[in-house]
Write a new protein. Structure first.
Length: 271
């Protein structure tokens, strides 16, 4: 019970900070999301550095990820010229160059895992900034998306804890159940219907399909981070958020869902 109360309080404070920044405007959202991105990158590389098979250049990965994010957002808000995009590829390729001097038996694995940090953490956070700066509706797209993700996560947790019997993916996450998964998707669809029908009126179809995309994506995102942690034999990515673990533990569903939501957003509003 104490852990549940701690989890709820932390979740509320975290939600207020994240959603508040999105409502205040794109710059505020970029700053807050950027801070969480930096922490998430640090957690990711710290986790991977615990593997005996790897020799991750943590600070090289951090530099590549943060610099890439700054360039992408800087161009997005016209703080720097669009030509700055050309710097991203040399920065990312420098991850490979560093391996020449390390004399480690698994350079390909080191490179792959380091680049994955940028893809897994930086790209989804940047996409969320794009969503935040492009919204013209009463409820910003990034906020609606987060409502779907958090509804799925929360309801799957409580329904699975109360009525869950059939294991969803016991090898990876023993506590997840089919009952929780189906219950989470059901309530996500309800929230999608409410957003599209009563808040951002006239977008019922968009938000219902978004819910159908986000629900499974959020579950897969959770399972994938569980796969990472199980492979590295750790329980949480960090301890910054009491009751939740680290930033990656709280963003795991979002990091996987954001690209899929964005693809649907582009398809719907452009074609």
């Amino acid at each position: 019970m104490n852990n549940l109360i701690q989890r709820i309080i932390t979740g509320i404070l975290f939600g207020v900070l994240v959603l508040g920044s999105a409502f205040l405007g794109p710059i505020y959202q970029t700053v807050i999301f950027g801070i969480f991105m930096v922490i998430g990158l640090w957690e990711y590389y710290r986790m991977c550095s615990q593997s005996e098979l790897l020799n991750i250049s943590m600070w090289v990965g951090m530099f590549a990820g943060i610099t890439t994010f700054l360039i992408l957002t800087g161009v997005q808000f016209e703080f720097i010229p669009i030509g700055s995009y050309v710097l991203i590829m040399p920065i990312l390729f420098s991850i490979m160059v560093v391996e020449l001097w390390k004399n480690h038996p698994q350079p390909i694995m080191n490179i792959a895992v380091t680049l994955l940090g940028v893809i897994y953490v930086v790209i989804p956070i940047y996409i969320s900034v794009l969503l935040g700066s492009s919204s013209k509706h009463l409820l910003p797209n990034v906020v609606g998306m987060l409502f779907l993700i958090w509804t799925n996560d929360t309801m799957a947790y409580f329904i699975g804890k109360t009525w869950g019997k059939r294991k969803l993916f016991e090898r990876i996450s023993p506590k997840k159940t089919w009952e929780g998964t189906i219950g989470g998707l059901f309530f996500t669809l309800i929230i999608g219907f409410i957003i599209g029908t009563y808040i951002n009126q006239g977008l019922t179809f968009f938000w219902l399909i978004a819910a159908l995309i986000v629900g499974p994506s959020a579950i897969l995102g959770d399972l994938i981070e569980s796969l990472f942690k199980r492979n590295l034999a750790i329980k949480d990515s960090g301890n910054l958020l009491p009751g939740h673990g680290g930033v990656l533990d709280r963003f795991d569903a979002a990091l996987f869902s954001i690209p899929f939501f964005y693809c649907w957003y582009i398809l719907y509003f452009n074609w």
